[in-house]
Design a protein around this ligand. Structure first.
Ligand code: ARG
Ligand code: ZN
Length: 844
């Protein structure tokens, strides 16, 4: 069944309070609920339906009198009084057999929950919808030393604990954790002097991986006070690390639950990228306390209301704490890699979808990352001061409510007087706009003409023009900026903007800071790109010029059989040696464009991408680049070697980024000698892992790979890296076989999403390996998706997106993939999650 946004109606009852009692038992946990319902005066529909799935109903009462409701697979209905009443049920559930990791489940002997989006209905009968907000009191009875739920602790004794959350919340923010856990504790005093206890709970053995996460939490708390004026609102803030988790982390009120890979960190076991990601995710979940929890979503179509805004906030946070240009460039690389692929394929959907079958399939790059881009555009259009004013009004006006995108846009309209009707198309229209630019230079007037269009997407054949903020600056022939950045507002299908008073024809720098998530189409020359790479004052566009050169050079090799472009090599040579430039920025210019990005561009230009040809061109380019830069490599490798004990700080990380690029190129010249040396002497994971990756990438490193295994076999998170690296960096013809062998390894565990993704996610990400013409990788992935689906539909469905780009490729590959899609679709009892994904992908 398909659910539609247009069908929204409020629930017929409000919930005044919820009392829950849990009697924990691995296979037979009892959940007793006492819920105070009252008729909802906002509506007249009085039908009473409570969601409930996989629950064994033991008893039900209304105002103390036993009743026999009608129970189906989806929930329960019955006649209720047309006045306030008390609802009581006892149900039994089986957390130990809950492999879907949704609702209450067990992970390594500890109990934990994941309720977003619709998991609470697997815990008890309830109106499991985000617009029903209630105050929860929870009692947990269990033998475990740590018993946690939302809100503030009320009281506890041996084998029990009681929690009360004073803030009304939807059921998806409910959480419970019980187990033998250790706390890494600290405190925080809010700006108004309120004392907060902070705890990061982990399994014994992980105590040494908590310090960084705790510091990140405190930085997030201070940042939200200073930048958004948001203070924390409970006496405690608890975070729990869980090994078995479908997603990254969850913002449950006062009790965030994290995939252990997204919170545990130590220099020996985590890379610089891990540290940065952990800091961002801790911030993200913390920021949800206001954007998500205090103000939540009316229904799941509004998911981007909390996710787009919270991603935007966490990216601002990272920009403030680290290098803003590096963060922006990395976000755009990620957006193009994941969101553009989604937006331009069969899974394309608007930032605010209008229908779904399974909401878990809409926790996507479009809702999250494009949703954040839309907020960034809004801020660019209204300006920083107006943005702050509007957001303040949002908090003031909607605190305690379940809201919509309309509510969000209204605060901007009310504070700025702008009409955002056209802007709203960013929420309703799917697909990535193409913006074509032409230019004219006549009598001292320079004119840019922009033409926008968006290709049809599933269910949306026609697209209307959007409001597109295009940041433009102009450079003079000596590289000086003759016009500072101006925010042009493209609103028509085609529109021109003129600049006069210029003494000579300028070089334009268009879409600075990537001011809108569009594909810019413009004829440019290598000379112009090299000029921008050398002179642009906007760091994003400076990188973008290098990226365009890098892509073009490879595309010419692939399409025309050209040799590696001399101008490109020359430009890189100059850039790499420019020690005035941030090493992290230089590393990003040296980072090769991804194979998948090249494939997408080839497809857009009407060439069926050949993954092997892309791989070969990239290898040749790397080899040539190494030879061209040969003289600089040892010096820069040494110069970017960070002295002293490892610190996960931004400056060190930036140096190590460039250091890694140098090592990767050196490995092409010395057969991996330097990498082997680095591997042997590394005292931190960043350097150790970088060395392993460099070796695997040149089809070496068997010895180091084995050493790595023996050193780290007892550390689950490092083992995930070990599994992933061997597949991700394998040569194309070996990829599927290596992945297949690893699935037989004693430490491979399909029930653990991190481990499953380490192998299968890496398989899908090794572009030439996944698309090897043997078709082995396609069938291997399909085999495992079919095996995992009955156990864990969410993770299975998510990984189906590996096939979303299938229409890009040649007829032979399409046929090979089609066989696997058909095979998955024909599997008996396929989950709703996977059925929806495969159906959408096949219908392309
Ligand atoms: N709200 C969480 C976050 O953005 C994501 C939880 C998604 N979980 C799910 N099963 N769909 O941090
Ligand atoms: Zn989120």
């Amino acid at each position: 069944t398909t659910i539609y946004l247009k069908d929204y109606t409020p629930f017929g009852y409000v919930v005044d309070s919820v009392h829950l009692t849990f009697d924990l038992e691995p296979h037979s946990t009892r959940v007793t609920s006492r819920i105070a319902f009252a008729p909802n005066t906002e509506t007249t529909d009085r039908s009473f339906f409570l969601h409930g799935e996989q629950l064994k109903l033991i008893s039900a009462k209304i105002d103390g009198i036993a009743i026999s409701p009608t129970v189906t697979e989806q929930g329960l209905s019955c006649d209720v009084p047309n006045a306030p009443f008390t609802w009581e049920t006892v149900v039994e559930i089986d957390p130990a057999n809950n492999t879907a990791l949704e609702g209450l489940y067990m992970s390594n002997g500890m109990y934990c929950t994941q309720c977003e989006a619709e998991g609470f209905r697997k815990i008890t009968f309830y109106p499991d919808r985000p617009d029903v907000m209630a105050v929860f009191t929870v009692r947990i009875n269990g033998p475990h030393p740590v018993l946690l739920s939302n809100g503030n602790p009320v009281d506890a004794g041996p084998h029990w604990a009681e929690w009360h959350d004073p803030w009304p919340k939807p059921a998806y923010l409910f959480a419970l954790v019980a187990g033998e856990l250790l706390a890494h504790s600290s405190t925080f005093t809010t700006v108004s002097g309120k004392h907060v206890d902070l705890n990061l709970y982990v399994r014994p053995g992980d105590e040494g991986k908590c310090a960084f996460g705790m510091e990140a939490l405190k930085k997030s708390m201070i940042w939200d006070e200073q930048v958004y004026g948001r203070e924390y609102d409970l006496d405690v803030f608890n975070i729990v690390a869980v090994d078995d988790f479908n997603m990254g982390a969850m913002e449950n009120k006062g009790l965030n639950v994290f995939n252990s890979s997204c919170v545990l960190a130590s220099p020996e076991t985590s890379t610089d990228d891990n540290f940065e990601r952990i800091e961002a995710i801790i911030a993200h979940e913390y920021f949800h306390n206001w954007t998500g929890n205090r103000i939540t979503c009316r229904d799941w179509f509004q998911l981007c209301l909390k996710e787009g805004l919270t991603v935007f906030r966490d990216s601002q946070f990272t920009s403030d704490l680290r290098s803003a240009p590096v963060k922006r460039i990395r976000d755009v690389i990620d957006l193009r890699g994941r969101q553009f692929a989604e937006d331009n394929g069969p899974l394309s959907h608007p930032v605010r979808p209008e229908s779904f079958q399974e909401i878990n399939n809409f926790y996507t790059a479009t809702v999250y990352e494009k949703g954040a881009e839309v907020i960034g555009m809004l801020k660019r259009l209204v300006g920083d001061a107006a943005y702050c004013e509007a957001v303040d009004l949002y908090f003031a006006r909607h605190d305690g409510q379940a809201c919509t995108i309309e509510d969000w846009l209204k605060v901007f309209e009310d504070t700025t007087g702008r009409d955002l009707t056209q802007f709203k198309r960013w929420y309703s229209q799917a697909g990535t706009p193409r913006v074509n630019v032409t230019e004219d230079w006549t009598d001292g007037t320079y004119t840019l003409t922009f033409t926008q269009s968006t290709p049809a997407t599933p269910g949306q054949p026609h697209k209307d023009p959007r409001v597109i903020p295009i940041a433009v600056g102009l450079l003079g022939s000596n590289g000086d900026e003759v016009r500072k950045t101006e925010m042009l507002e493209l609103t028509e299908a085609s529109q021109s903007f003129s600049f006069d008073g210029l003494s000579s024809r300028p070089t334009p720098s268009i879409l600075r800071e990537f001011s809108a998530p569009v594909i810019l189409e413009r004829d440019s020359t290598n000379a112009e790109r090299a000029f921008l790479l050398a002179h642009d004052t906007d760091p994003f566009n400076r990188w973008e010029a290098g990226n365009a050169l890098a892509k073009d050079a490879r595309l010419n090799m692939i399409i025309k059989g050209a040799a590696p472009d001399a101008d490109y090599l020359d430009a890189l040579q100059k850039l790499v040696r420019d020690d005035d430039l941030d090493p992290g920025f230089r590393a990003l210019v040296l980072q090769p464009p991804s194979a998948s990005d090249l494939a997408q561009t080839l497809f857009e230009n009407e060439h069926a991408p050949d993954p092997q040809a892309i791989y070969d061109a990239s290898e040749t380019m790397a080899q040539t680049l190494a030879q061209t830069l040969a003289d600089s490599l040892p010096r820069l490798y040494a110069a970017t070697t960070v002295e002293g004990p490892y610190q996960p700080d931004a400056v060190g990380a930036s140096n190590r980024m460039l250091n890694f690029r140098m090592l990767a190129l050196l490995s092409r010249l010395d057969g991996g000698d330097q990498a082997a040396q680095q591997f042997a002497s590394a005292d931190n994971m960043t350097l150790q892992y970088a060395a392993l990756v460099c070796l695997l990438s040149i089809d070496k490193g068997a010895e180091q790979n084995q050493a790595f295994f023996y050193q780290w076999k007892d550390d689950r998170l490092v083992m995930d890296k070990w599994f992933a690296a061997q597949v991700a960096f394998a040569t194309p013809e070996k990829t599927a076989a290596i992945a297949a062998t690893l699935t037989q390894h004693p430490l491979f565990d399909m029930k653990n999403p991190n481990r499953f993704r380490a192998v299968m996610g890496a398989l899908a990400m090794n572009h030439a390996g996944f698309h090897h013409i043997s078709g082995d990788a396609y069938s291997l992935l399909a085999d495992w998706l079919i095996k995992l689906d009955p156990l864990n539909p969410q993770t299975t469905a998510r990984m189906c997106s590996a096939f979303q780009t299938w229409k890009r490729y040649d007829a032979d590959r399409q046929a090979l993939i089609k066989i696997q899609l058909d095979r998955i679709a024909a599997t008996p009892d396929l989950s709703r999650d996977t059925t929806e994904m495969i159906t959408r992908i096949r219908e392309a």
